[in-house]
Design a protein around this ligand. Structure first.
Ligand SMILES: Cc1ncc(COP(=O)(O)O)c(C=O)c1O
Length: 386
């Protein structure tokens, strides 16, 4: 009988998109995680040129060798021995994540996933027949996981642990010593480390701490040009691993998922890496000023506590609003013309929080924060009166 798969029925639509679909055109947009910049002009020109030059065909599954070599080279200060066979181009980080799980997860296998999480992680494990087991990243610990929590969740079915620093939605990063403990945990249990480093170029205060080059070869990284060069709509990313066998399996999966990445676009990304390598830094400087502003505004509100994020472009403040869950609170914000995401869209550990993407101008942030402050005052006034 014609029906739908258990997996399709089990997976729910994301709570981020739901708010987005309900928002009016005049809402102040703290909702979606995409830079409000355009890709570097040299990349747009190179994309155009490549299409005119006939780069409109399938490429090899792994992608353009010059680009893969360039990407391998960009990580070679951390990891020796990387070359073009260490990289597989994909059509986004989203595509890369699925390729990786398809390559390493068997039905019934368990993958340790951080919570709060980027909403794709658990469904992607489920699509591959596995079970997503979440480990807590607590507000009190600045969203860095505790090794005891991870240890308590390992079973004989655990095959991988996913780390995401800088994190969406929390903006957390790790120090080198915290990273070393997380690597040692994976080594102890012979687990794959799947490391999502799509925000590696958007870090403040301290340099990015990667899971590459930490002395473990069962590391598979997914990355993307969505955030690095403000190319969210272009859909281009990659998988990189020092582990040759992993790359063979991942690349094979990529063939069956999309065959290859986009031909002309790979030339555009190569051009961006060669001639606009300053670009992510230019965005980061702007994001840092916004981060400082939004964190200061939120911490100035009664009943709101916000860590200063160390990377990405999200804040994940805690709201003390008795009697209201995060979805109801996000609706209250939406009624006042502020679009943000309820913390529960990132797993139940996100309850009590809202996520604000600071991908709008400082004046818009200020205007939005005035509204957020008015809502919190009204709601706290109400709950104190009742
Ligand atoms: C943590 C994280 N990983 C992966 C992605 C996927 O990025 P894309 O599919 O645009 O490359 C995103 C996008 O928001 C993200 O926040």
């Amino acid at each position: 009988m014609a029906g739908f798969s258990d997996r399709a029925r089990a997976i729910k639509p994301t709570g981020i998109r739901r708010m987005f679909d309900l928002a009016g055109d005049d809402a102040i947009q703290f909702g979606l995680g995409e830079p409000d910049f355009q890709p570097p002009p040299v990349a747009i020109e190179a994309f155009h040129r490549a299409m005119l030059d006939g780069r409109n065909k399938y490429t090899s599954t792994g992608g353009l060798p010059e680009l893969r070599r360039k990407i391998a080279e960009s990580w070679s200060h951390l990891e020796e021995g990387l070359d073009e066979s260490s990289v597989c181009m994909t059509m986004s980080g989203t595509n890369a994540l699925l390729d990786i799980f398809l390559a390493i997860v068997n039905p019934g296998d368990e993958v340790l996933i951080p919570e709060p999480y980027f909403p794709l992680y658990p469904p992607d494990v489920v699509i591959c027949g596995g079970n997503a087991v979440t480990y807590p990243c607590r507000f009190e610990k600045e969203f860095v996981p505790k090794i005891e929590d991870l240890e308590s969740l390992v079973t004989e079915r655990t095959v991988a642990v996913l780390y995401n620093f800088p994190s969406n939605p929390t903006g957390a990063t790790v120090t080198p010593s915290q990273r070393d403990l997380l690597v040692a945990f994976a080594k102890r249990h012979d687990l794959w480390i799947v490391t999502d480093e799509v925000y590696d170029k958007i870090v403040y205060d301290e340099p990015h701490v990667s899971f590459l080059g930490a002395g473990y070869d069962k590391v598979i990284m997914l990355n993307s040009f969505s955030k690095t060069f403000a190319m969210t709509g272009w859909r281009i990313g990659y998988v990189l691993s020092p582990n040759k066998e992993a790359m063979e399996q991942v690349t094979k999966m990529q063939y069956y998922v999309t065959a290859c990445s986009n031909d002309a676009m790979q030339y555009a990304v190569l051009e961006a890496m060669e001639r606009a390598h300053w670009y992510p830094d230019h965005m980061r400087i702007e994001f840092q000023a916004r981060r400082d502003l939004i964190t200061r505004r939120l911490n100035g509100m009664d009943g709101v506590t916000c860590h200063t994020p160390k990377g990405a472009f999200y804040v994940f403040p805690r709201f003390e609003m008795p009697g209201l869950n995060s979805e109801q609170l996000a609706f209250e914000m939406l009624n006042e013309g502020v679009l943000c995401s309820p913390g529960s869209a990132f797993g139940s550990a996100g309850e009590g929080h809202l996520r604000f993407a600071y991908t709008i101008s400082e004046s818009e942030i200020d205007r939005g924060m005035d509204r957020v402050e008015a809502v919190t005052k009204r709601l706290r006034g109400l709950s104190q009166d009742s």
